[in-house]
Design a binder for this molecule. Structure first.
Ligand SMILES: [Mg+2]
Length: 378
């Protein structure tokens, strides 16, 4: 089980017609970092590091500094690998995002190896069961567009079984309210409507939008502000009863301690490819569980992360929704690997049954889709 090889593949594909417009801009390409770890006895594990808008740099960090730290370690020793990276990188050089992103993909690959070595699907290794996991229609989708078009984009998802959708807000407050009202009117009170501002709001915007969100029974308002903007979150707390959600840009359990202390963000969304991996997401979920805080993990780009997120949800006691990436033409979900999940008519997904994370990888895809430099959103 000794780790003998660590490879990181930065990969991209263009979105020629332009993707939906969100609070972080308009998607022009999609990026990902795929991590491959090989053991001495030939077990291959796959993981994903979120690209962090610096996919080639994240891949380089994995193949240089982090790789030199952990080559030769026992692949089953996920806590030991985590502790070593913490000692030499996170602890001693600060909680910068790059190391957390890079180590997340390695940790995910090690869990894939652990499952394959044991012959168990990941959810079982984590102590869970193959239970149905409710999913919402999210990902890079349902963005800023006229309300009628937004309703038509949402319709096939609702018809496919989704009982929850996530709309993008953080545009003008007036347009945001018009979009939320249109979707509520079109689909009625049984549809759960979630919202994500992608840090696009100011404090005053939240003061103005919150009465409408309360009246429309919005499930949560995600990331009105940047993750580090603690003071704005505290100010926004009293504006209404719609829960504030965040976590996809909080790195490691140490950054979630402040979230806990502030008692403002009551829906947690760690991303398994950002927060420090599955090992760290389990710790974050346990912290949240003690305070009865639900965990709805943010999904990254590839089917590897998405399948792993479902295993994770099937194994924690405070898990909520799976974020189903319903973006059109995501090759990292549809072509890079075998089918990571499928929505059921009950609005739920189920964890895969093959050992490990359970997706088969097409390595030819990685050769055919090398990294494209530059920003993914403009
Ligand atoms: Mg988000």
């Amino acid at each position: 089980m000794k780790i003998v090889e660590i490879k990181a593949y930065p990969t991209s594909f263009p979105v020629p017609s332009g993707g939906p417009r969100l609070g972080i801009g308009q998607a022009v390409k999609r990026d990902a970092v795929v991590v491959k770890v090989v053991t001495e006895d030939g077990i291959v594990g796959w993981g994903e590091s979120h690209h962090g808008r610096a996919h080639t740099a994240v891949a380089k960090l994995i193949e240089t500094t982090l790789s030199s730290l952990i080559l030769g370690m026992d692949a089953a020793d996920v806590s030991g690998v985590w502790a070593k990276i913490y000692k030499f990188q996170l602890g001693s050089h600060g909680m910068g995002a790059a190391t957390a992103l890079a180590m997340s993909g390695i940790d995910m690959a090690l869990w894939d190896i652990r499952g394959k070595a044991a012959g168990w699907p990941l959810y079982r290794l984590l102590g869970g069961s193959a239970r149905p996991i409710p999913a919402y229609a999210g990902g890079v989708a349902l963005g800023y567009q006229p309300p009628e078009q937004l309703v038509e984009e949402a319709r096939p998802h609702v018809e496919a079984g989704y009982r929850a959708v996530k709309l993008r807000v953080g545009d003008t407050v007036r347009d945001d309210i018009a979009r939320m009202e249109a979707v509520r009117k079109a689909f009625g009170g049984d549809l759960t409507i979630l919202t994500d501002a992608n840090t696009g709001y100011r404090v005053d915007d939240v003061r103005r939008v919150m009465p409408a969100m309360d009246a429309l029974d919005i499930g949560w308002l995600e990331e009105p502000f940047p993750a580090h903007d603690h003071f704005s979150y505290v100010q926004a707390k009293g504006f209404g009863r719609t829960p504030l959600a965040a976590g996809e840009n909080h790195y490691t359990r140490f950054e979630f301690t402040r979230v806990l202390e502030d008692r403002v963000i009551t829906v947690w969304q760690p991303d398994l490819s950002k927060c420090g991996g599955i090992t760290e997401a389990l710790r974050i979920a346990a912290m949240a569980s003690a305070y009865k805080i639900p965990v709805h993990p943010h999904s990254s780009m590839t089917g590897i992360n998405q399948a792993a997120s479902i295993h994770f949800l099937a194994a924690i006691d405070n898990g909520g929704y799976f974020e189903a990436d319903v973006s059109k033409g995501n090759k990292f979900r549809d072509e890079l690997c075998s089918e990571p999940w499928r929505i059921g008519t009950d609005g739920c997904v189920r964890p895969l049954e093959k050992p490990g994370i359970g997706v088969e990888m097409d390595e030819g895809f990685l050769q055919a889709h090398p990294a494209i430099e530059g920003p993914g959103y403009v």
